[in-house]
Design a protein. Structure first.
Length: 177
């Protein structure tokens, strides 16, 4: 089976990710901008494959608006996949000035969750695979019992008694703390 054809492009991924500086390829420690483009192309293909596995109907659509949303979702997911290396370096730590623990640029990358943006654009949950989903369903139940008559039933506490019971329980909890 052939790979699915992605709807997004490397320029769109770069635009959404704010990768518009000529030296942005250095963030990934690539030697040339072409290496970054190749890495983004691989991320785009992985994103498209993952989305296709979860929602193949999205790729069958001929609606231009749906395809535009698909391209946006692929882009966000590709950014999520591409920035894993950057997030890993932040977690593992380095001694480079750009990667310092307090670097605002890297903190923003970690806080900006591209996966959530991809899910929002596509309208599907990308965090679970189809093998993890369950078809279990708990039906609601309705039980009919005897009618409660507060005037004649001596087993039901009055409102004042119920409040006093709650207050006693609350007073006894202060000794526990």
């Amino acid at each position: 089976m052939a790979l699915v054809t992605p709807q997004t492009t490397v320029p769109l991924v770069k635009e959404l990710g704010g990768l518009n500086e000529s030296s942005d390829y250095l963030l990934w420690r690539f030697d040339t901008p072409d290496e970054l483009d190749a890495a983004l192309t691989r991320s785009i293909q992985r994103a498209a494959s993952r989305i296709y596995r979860l929602a193949p109907a999205l790729y069958a659509s001929t609606d231009e608006n749906a395809l535009s949303d698909l391209a946006l979702g692929e882009s966000w997911l590709a950014l999520h996949l591409a920035t894993m290396a950057l997030k890993g370096r932040k977690v593992f730590g380095t001694h480079w000035a750009l990667d310092q623990e307090g670097s605002d640029r890297f903190q923003e990358l970690i806080d900006n969750e591209y996966l959530a943006r991809a899910e929002e654009a596509l309208g599907i949950d990308l965090s679970t695979s189809s093998t993890q989903t369950s078809s279990a369903f708990a039906r609601p139940t309705f039980t009919v019992g005897r009618a409660v008559d507060r005037l004649t039933d001596t087993l039901i506490d009055t409102e004042a008694e119920a409040i006093e019971t709650i207050a006693e329980r609350a007073r006894s909890l202060t000794g526990v703390l």
